[in-house]
Design a protein around this ligand. Sequence first.
Ligand code: SAM
Length: 303
Amino acid sequence: MEVNSSKVEHIPVLARTLVEQVNLPRDGVMVDATIGQGGHSLLFGRTLGPNGVIFALDVDKKSIQGAQIRLKDLECKVIFIYGNFSQIGELVREHKVEKVDFILADLGLCSGQLADTEIGLSFQTDMPLDMRIDKSIKSGAADIVNKADQKSLADLIYKFGQERASRRIARFIVRERQDRPITTTGQLAAIVSRALARPGRKRKSRIHPATRTFQALRIAVNNEIQNLERLLASASALLAQKGRIAVISYHSIEDRLVKNNFKANEQAGIYKIITKKPIVPSREEIGENQRARSAKLRIAERQ
Ligand SMILES: C[S@@+](CC[C@H](N)C(=O)[O-])C[C@H]1O[C@@H](n2cnc3c(N)ncnc32)[C@H](O)[C@@H]1O
């Protein structure tokens, strides 16, 4: 059965906190660098008047289509851009806008994308192993898993998945693909589970054994680290004085990048860090939205 990503509801993470922390003027200009299903932008958009503008970026065309419907009644102008936030500066300046009041990046995936059989990310449902959120990217996860040499695979799974058993998993993958190519998420999840199984011993971790390996491949396929580095590097030039940048990240590699970028910019007198410690969702929010459990929000203000 095909699942359409825009049909699965995505609950915006830390939404109330964000609106409290970022006061946009009614004619403010914001960039939602990850529009997704438009949940955050809907809240901010309601505070904007007819001269306010939201630039709504996403690399997933289906997300843009979903957000277009969700945001259609806003009074402010919403400019949808199918593009990568790594090019945030160029994409916004193409519209003759030099400075913005707010940049929001809610990293990772929408709930619907995980279920989307065309994206191929889920280890819970068997689907073609792809993982490209942006379909203009050339190689998907199956290419990496079937073509990379064992050491590169192990390094990738270790670096982006922080998986201690990366070498063993890579060995199992390489052995399996000699018999037949690995083409589905179910096949890969089963291989990783076998690699991590310890006969007679119960697994301590509550997460699925393939979680870290899948995270690693997704990060690699979609160039997530490089994209975030570029976004962070170009954000300060785009922010107006007193403008704010807010980033919600979902794993420690991303959070460290954000933290270090904000710190370096503060030392250079460019940013003032608003969140000395990252803001995390309350227990109630996590109870209502499991996706929020690993979220960390950091905010900085342009000086
Ligand atoms: C967590 S969702 C955003 C959810 C959104 N805040 C909401 O409330 O509905 C993240 C979105 O970022 C998009 N995305 C991921 N990497 C991107 C990139 N490099 N440039 C632009 N969009 C990206 C994904 O396609 C996804 O739709």
